[in-house]
Design a binder for this molecule. Structure first.
Ligand code: HEC
Length: 162
């Protein structure tokens, strides 16, 4: 190896090793569950399974990490998606949402899933995408919940909640 190549390689190795000391805080909060969301929206077993294995990793307070998450810079990349996903939609916080917000988030869910935007591309590349049936199931379950939320806004809470 030419000395310059060796120097560059060693430099890169040092950066890589150095990176390993900075670990993003893991998205794991025991006790902060999606139980309320599930009790209220009542996903049938296969839908719940889809949410658990394809959505909660980025949209709840508990991520099921792959082993390679330990390795920087992959860990930074994954963490950025989790933080961004949770900022937009966190199923662990469902209880604190107004009916209007819940209705809107489900509306977004139907849209994103229907257009094939969710789960995120970078995620499906590794985990595989959800099937046509899973998409249909999520949409049907979503529509049902929207009927419930719209009803609640119209008759139970009155227009003041709008
Ligand atoms: C790898 C992380 C990741 C996974 C897995 C994932 N999402 Fe997302 N999601 C994001 C990010 C990041 C955003 C915000 C940026 C965007 O909209 O592209 C987002 C945005 C959304 C939004 C829009 C929320 C709003 O009001 O702006 C919905 C709805 C959503 N995701 C639903 C889902 C569903 C349903 C699944 C599972 C089928 C899923 N996501 C899987 C990362 C993820």
């Amino acid at each position: 190896m030419k000395p310059i190549v060796k120097k560059i390689s060693l430099g890169m190795l040092a950066v890589f090793v150095g990176m390993q000391f900075y670990k993003p805080t893991m998205n794991i909060s025991e006790g902060e569950t999606t139980a309320f969301f599930e009790a209220e929206t009542m996903p049938p077993a296969p839908i719940l399974e889809t949410l658990k294995t394809n959505c909660y990793d980025c949209h709840s307070n508990n991520t099921n990490y792959p082993w390679y998450h330990q390795v920087a810079p992959v860990s930074y990349f994954i963490d950025a998606h989790i933080q961004d996903g949770k900022k937009h939609l966190n199923f662990s916080d469902w209880e604190s949402f107004s009916t209007k917000k819940k209705d809107h988030k489900i509306e977004e869910l139907i849209e994103e899933v229907g257009e094939g935007e969710m789960p995120l591309k970078s995620y499906t590349l590794i985990h595989g995408n959800i099937s046509e049936d899973q998409v249909k199931g999520l949409i049907a379950w979503g529509e049902r919940n929207r009927v419930f939320y719209e009803y609640r806004m119209k008759y139970k809470e009155g227009p003041s909640q709008e």
